[in-house]
Design a binder for this molecule. Sequence first.
Ligand code: C2E
Ligand code: MG
Ligand code: MG
Ligand code: MG
Length: 288
Amino acid sequence: IAKQSGKNRYHLFDAANDLRARSHHELLQQIRHGLAHGEFELYYQPKVEMSTGRLVGVEALIRWHHPTRGFLLPDEFLRVIENTELEIELGDWVFSQAFQQLQRWRQAGEDFEVSINASAYHLQSANFVPKLKSLMGHYCAQTCRRCVQIEVLETAALDDIARVSAIIKSCHEFGVGFALDDFGTGYSSLTYLSNLDVDTLKIDQSFVRGMLEDKGDHAIVQGIIALAKAFDRDIVAEGVENDAHYQALLQMGCEVGQGYGIARPMPAGDLIEWSEHWKPSKTTLGEA
Ligand code: C2E
Ligand code: MG
Ligand code: MG
Ligand code: MG
């Protein structure tokens, strides 16, 4: 009996695996189809200089208008294409869209930066640097220095510091900047920062979320800000969800913030109007 139930369990497990493999395959097909049929869209989330409310940059974030499942966030589909050719295809699509949008904003007289997320696999793929250089040549003025910034997860950059550092160096030559995303979640030793010439550190939102209640998180946020200043890097706080976060970060000397408390990611077409109307109130700034 024991043997038989063991065998049944095995069958069940097998069936579940099979189902998973099939839905995985189906999702890959749907992504390919969606890419060819315009189902993806980039949303943009503002980054503001917190003392003034000035829009200094936007982060491009991918969204999927799935024909049957509705509006999907990246966590629901990026994982399945990790380390595959499709990840590079989708990544290339994101880059090309973001550059076209940047050009439209420039033509409308806007001067904020555009940040684009790159996966570790895309960043380290064979033609990443030349493709990016060609986008810069095609869409950006000669004078555009650091008007495009690439966000790489801290954990991804730590994969192969020498390699990533060489990529950053080449991209700096044609004006593209780099940010370490979700900073603070990656590694306990920070000495690697002196070998990695990133322009910006983005404090991970988990620390911002915890910093008002948790002394440890508060110390980490303060530590990252001090580190950024010591290494002469820019700093952006992610996950600024409310006035209390906003004020605490300002007080700690963090200049730029991004989060639902400022604005949620939005379609490109909504951004200018948003920036014309948004300003931190006295309550947000803690002056009321
Ligand atoms: P990320 O690069 O760290 O982007 C920030 C994420 O936090 C976004 O989620 C954003 O909507 C969310 N967020 C912003 N402010 C707040 C806040 O105040 N509270 C909370 N709880 N969340 C906030 P999203 O758009 O779902 O993206 C998730 C992750 O997917 C991104 O994290 C990034 O790693 C990845 N991703 C998004 N778009 C792309 C893309 O085009 N290419 C690549 N390779 N990865 C992408
Ligand atoms: Mg990011
Ligand atoms: Mg992040
Ligand atoms: Mg993240």
